[in-house]
Design a protein. Structure first.
Length: 542
């Protein structure tokens, strides 16, 4: 009798386990969806495209061996970080910036710096540390060194956008498409080959976005498993915990590094912070948690604030370690000569850093100097005024020129199929998010909002189209989203799939073709001036 009872108890336990497993599968499908199973192609496609894109980015990376555009600031500051731990001033005895640049590119860097005085810079240290790492590895006598790190991040971001698109759209094909669009976007390409900060902002912010995508799936799987394991009627008002969320901690670290490269990274913290807590709200509601609003308010949102906002602050302050440890950093000793009646309890280095940031802010908001390539953010998606990074006009016999007058240019023109197509895609995304509640559309819009919308607040400031590289992954994802609609879902008819594949293939081919057409003016090839003018489609591009 006892044996029979134990047997029946075992059968009952097995039934409960089966029931819990069945509930888990249903809940997981509702909360996460069905993931693609073709893992090999899911990695292989983006990896192959990233390899091709990386080859293009690293090929002849050291040309021209000159400080291009704002490299004159960040490349020298990056090397200063390696040598002194902080940014120091250029030697004031070398009055002409050109002379300073020539000395630097020739490797005579000790003549460039006044090592006893820190320099007032308006961007935090991380991006310059990134550039400096390449200089430390390869030296500065070859400009490959000062562009290496940014080229590496640009290459990695191709793989990342492919994997992010696969996760979002459940399609390895669309993941490969997204990688192609980013690999052959001219704006991203030019930045990947230039030692500037904006692609570094893009990389870390997009890495944070990717980690939040993983966290969304991971957190929902945890919620589905824990809800399924509860006995009937065992759900509390706030439901189970979503775990300690390691991927969201990683996202906070990446967003902190983005903000510690340029302050504009902070807008991504706001946009993605709202995005991730709204995902949590939707997850608890879909899982049937009775008090899903209350659970979100008291459990999810405060934890997300710590993981993203507090982590960003900690990473940002830590990024100034070199300045804290220095004696010659700009404003480092300010507090010693400026006692405070109200804030005397604050450690002197922190008060000095706070005043430094006040000066940085004053400079940033009061930058109104006219520049021939300044542009309004309304025109960025249209590529209305691309930034010329470099231009020389050699004549016959100079620099390989074989005609009367040649052009040697680097112009950051985005591949127009991606950017103009992205502008149309934004309209589709707004519709799908507002009326269909498609979380993928909302996520892409969050990235665009974090990278683009804040600049509309500074339309009277001197700003440039090249800032738009910070949100190029989301432009690519927007185009990929619309191409996915053309392809249709798993239930699409064969004719629909064929038409969608044709449209997708033609769009990718057009993007690659346009990239090839503009390639000479992305990489400073010496070409006849008439050839260069044929690429300047609009007067505003000259």
């Amino acid at each position: 009798m006892a044996a029979v009872t134990l047997e029946r108890a075992g059968e009952a336990a097995g039934d409960l386990r089966d029931l819990a497993s069945e509930r888990y599968v249903r809940l997981r499908t509702r909360l996460v969806g069905v993931r693609p199973s073709d893992r090999l192609f899911g990695w292989l496609g983006p990896l192959v495209v990233a390899a091709i894109g990386g080859f293009l980015r690293f090929w002849n990376l050291g040309n021209p061996h000159q400080l291009v555009f704002d490299e004159t600031y960040y490349v020298k500051e990056g090397w200063s970080m390696i040598q002194y731990g902080v940014e120091v001033r250029n030697d004031p005895t070398l009055d002409a910036a050109k002379q300073i640049d020539q000395n630097f590119t020739a490797g005579h860097w000790r003549t460039v710096y006044d090592a006893t005085n820190g320099d007032l810079v308006v961007h935090p240290p991380v991006g310059k540390w990134v550039i400096g790492l390449g200089e430390w590895l390869f030296g500065i006598t070859n400009s490959f060194g000062w562009r290496f790190s940014v080229a590496l991040l640009g290459t990695l971001s191709i793989l990342m956008v492919g994997r992010a698109a696969r996760r979002m759209f459940g399609s390895s094909l669309l993941g490969t498409v997204a990688a192609i669009l980013l690999a052959f976007d001219g704006h991203h390409f030019v930045h990947s080959r230039t030692g500037l900060l904006d692609l570094v902002v893009m990389f870390f912010a997009f890495a944070g976005f990717c980690f939040l995508l993983i966290d969304r799936d991971h957190g929902r799987e945890v919620l589905a498993r824990r809800v399924a394991a509860l006995p009937r009627g065992g759900m509390t008002r706030t439901g189970p915990s979503l775990g300690w969320r390691p991927w969201r901690w990683a996202a906070g670290l990446m967003l902190g590094l983005s903000t510690a490269t340029k302050w504009s990274g902070l807008y991504f913290v706001v946009a993605f912070g709202l995005m991730t807590v709204l995902w949590d709200l939707g997850a608890r509601r879909a899982a049937g948690v009775p008090g899903w609003r209350w659970a979100w308010l008291v459990r999810d949102a405060p934890y997300a604030f710590v993981q993203l906002v507090v982590t960003t602050v900690v990473v940002y302050v830590a990024s100034w370690t070199g300045w804290f440890r220095s004696t010659q950093g700009y404003n480092r000793q300010w507090a010693d000569t400026h006692p405070s009646a109200h804030f005397g309890w604050v450690p002197g280095p922190l008060r000095s850093l706070a005043d430094y940031h006040r000066q940085m802010y004053d400079f940033s908001i009061n930058l109104h100097s006219p520049h021939p390539y300044m542009s309004n953010p309304w025109s960025w998606m249209l590529q209305g005024r691309p930034t010329s990074f470099f231009y020389e006009g050699p004549t016959k016999g100079q620099d390989g020129c074989t005609v009367a007058v040649c052009s040697k240019a680097i112009t950051s023109i985005g591949t127009v199929s991606v950017w103009w197509g992205g502008l149309i895609a934004i309209v589709v995304l707004l519709f799908m998010w507002a009326l269909r509640r498609d979380w993928r559309a909302g996520a892409i819009l969050a990235g665009l909002a974090g990278g683009w919308l804040p600049w509309f607040l500074y339309q009277d400031r001197t700003i440039f189209t090249f800032y738009a590289v910070a949100f190029v992954p989301y432009v690519v994802l927007a185009c990929t989203y619309v191409l996915g609609l053309c392809l249709g879902g798993p239930s699409a008819t064969r004719s629909r799939r064929q038409v969608g594949l044709l449209v997708t293939g033609l769009f990718c081919a057009l993007t690659v073709g346009l990239f090839a057409f503009f390639y000479p003016i992305y990489v400073a090839e010496v070409v006849p001036q008439d050839f260069w003018r044929a690429h300047m489609w609009f007067p505003s591009w000259v």
